[in-house]
Ligand binder design. Structure first.
Ligand code: AMP
Length: 211
């Protein structure tokens, strides 16, 4: 059983890296941001409340995300383990999580804020299948269209300069204490996320002893 938490500011590549490891080990990938965006797209009861928060780059209430994570983990479709991507994001959520679950490692993908700014403003997302592109270093073959399903590429509503500044501030203020909690338990491995996608993935696997 493999149980990992992936951490890194939005745009650090944590979603991409988590998906690669998930495919390699057949893990369940629990992307809290993806689940929140799914709620907005499908106009669920939660949608109106969380849309404002996401679009402002703030953190959604702990009770909401904790319930999402708990429900998702209770589905027990993770025979080989799971990767939590984007949770926990503050000390409260970390305490809640550690009450019920143990983990093998926290993979922290480190990217300086300046690099994040360049990347995020170039990020595009497929409206249909959710795959990430980047108009600087991962250009789609046909402009504006997804290479995989042909869907329309859009900018995430929260990928603007102003929202990004909020997200970086939230991350540094609230998420760093989470890293400290996990560091005290000697669970954190740090990987330089400015390198090419495959190099980052290789380093992650090496640091958590996966071949
Ligand atoms: P992400 O897709 O991980 O970049 O998350 C997008 C947005 O979803 C964040 O900016 C937050 O508004 C919200 N979000 C994701 N995970 C959490 C969490 N664990 N706690 C609170 N808000 C979250």
């Amino acid at each position: 059983m493999h149980k990992y938490v992936f951490m890194g500011v939005q745009g650090s590549g944590k979603g991409t890296q988590a998906k690669l490891l998930e495919q390699h080990l057949d893990l369940a990938h629990i992307g809290v941001g993806d689940i929140l965006r799914w709620n907005i797209k499908n106009h669920t009861k939660l949608a109106a409340k969380i849309k404002r928060i996401l679009n402002a780059g703030k953190l959604v209430d702990d009770e909401i995300v904790e319930e999402i994570v708990q429900r998702r983990l209770q589905e027990h479709d993770w025979n080989f383990g799971f990767i939590l991507d984007g949770f926990p994001r503050n000390a409260n959520q970390a305490a809640f999580f550690l009450e019920s679950y143990d983990i093998d490692a926290v993979v922290h993908i480190v990217v300086p804020d300046e690099v994040i700014k360049k990347r995020v403003l170039a990020r595009r997302l497929c409206e249909d299948c959710g795959v990430d592109f980047n108009v600087i270093d991962h250009r789609p073959k046909i402009e504006g269209r997804c290479d995989i399903c042909g869907g329309k590429l859009i900018r995430r509503a929260d990928d603007t300069e102003e929202v990004l500044a909020n997200r970086l501030a939230e991350y540094h203020e609230k998420t760093k204490p989470v890293l400290e909690i996990f560091r005290r338990k000697e669970l954190v491995v740090e990987v330089d996320g400015t390198q090419a996608v495959d190099v980052v993935q290789a380093e992650i696997r090496k640091s958590i002893n996966i071949i």
